[in-house]
Design a protein around this ligand. Sequence first.
Ligand SMILES: *Cc1c(COP(=O)(O)O)cnc(C)c1O
Ligand SMILES: [Zn+2]
Length: 481
Amino acid sequence: MCKHDFPTYRGQMEYVCLSCGARHAGDELLYTCPQCGGVFLLENTRFDELKAHDGAWWRDLFDRRASTRTTALRGIFRYYELLAPILDEEDIVYLGEGITPIIKAAPALRDSVGIPFAYKNDGQNPSASFKDRGMACAFSYLKSLVRRHGWTDVLTVCASTGDTSAAAALYASYVGAPLKSVVLLPHGKVTPQQLSQPLGSGATVLELPGVFDDCMKVVEHLADRYRVALLNSKNSWRILGQESYAYEVAQWYGWDVSSLCVFVPVGNAGNITAVMSGFLKMLELGIITGLPRIFGVQSAHADPVYRYYAAPRAERQWQPVQVSPSVAQAAMIGNPVSFPRVARLAAKFQELGGEKAFQVVQVTEQQIMDAMIRANRRGHIACTQGGECLAGLINARALGLIGPDEHAVLDATAHALKFSGFQDMYFNGSFPPAYEVTPDTSLSNRPELLLDAAKKQSLSPAEYTRAAAEAIVRRLGLVKK
Ligand SMILES: *Cc1c(COP(=O)(O)O)cnc(C)c1O
Ligand SMILES: [Zn+2]
């Protein structure tokens, strides 16, 4: 492909309110419906023009774009036409997000689980979670607004369970003026690694007592009344960016996903919304010819979406829940903002792919931790939410929801390192009782100090090297050459 391969196609984006059906032009930043307060999905009103080409043409285009040298198309915008085809090349922010590897389960792990599966390592994004996909799109859109309006001062705000703020702060600090980033965190409810990220990016970090749901209400209050740019997943531009996950999965599997089960941990439910939306768009364009099956996974400590779908259809009633402490802290949300989006897209998924095309499984905190530790002992880099996905797969299989000829893709939504504190608690047996996790001590792993500092003091450097080596020989039972 030549150097100047940025697409010339332009669509037209509209916000569609999922409650009252109102439509609003996509050239201004809106979060919720001014008429009724409902959440939006963005729609390209010129989507049908894309049907001038058949599925094979699109597959070929996206395959060829894999080798592009045009920076703007190297990440999530490889799928430009399916995301936000109103952006100009100069607006697109690329920090290396997307195109994350899909890693087959290690043979021993696969055999012990009893079904072939793979992890898609979204922890290998720049801020180490999938949130970068959405932020790349939201910040590109914001850049285009700044350029068109000549804005001189834009305050971006988000509430976060940790990863949204890390991503928002990273992209804001890269783009720079006139963007400034403020993040609002529930005090003590994000990991030290996640807290260090917005601090390191130079964002203003504000904390409040309570849980994520409390912080979310506060930023919504602000966004309704003051001039701030909200970057939570109420911001539909983020959903568009996160659709790239579905496109990448389909492309990796040669655009044949009909025997695939895609597992996604559900917190605020933006990610699972995006994943379903992405697959539906590909189906509509003939890029894929059958849908995969989508499995949402929730912990019993934060499971409103599971409860909704577990009820018989006629009795389903949406009910937020009070959350309890969860190791899947990034998904510890009792009142997911995107539930109306999930309800809409899940219905569509089931209409086109059958009743079993969308399901939600529940897992315990114990299962999440055991699964994460097991996976990582076999060479994976799953975070607790990635552990949640594996626990979901194991439960789905035990419930007979998955057939022997199916293949699962699990979303490792963040890097293991962000959640290493939970691994520490597992290994040290120091989980507070509220988590309801009892470590399997056969899996625990701790450093062993071979010599103490006083001993080192008493030895010459040469003696010390020999004493340390001998201690290792004894510990490992090494045999002489
Ligand atoms: C945000 C997040 C989730 C939950 O995603 P939602 O879109 O809120 O459902 C899961 N895992 C990680 C690591 C996250 O950062
Ligand atoms: Zn409305």
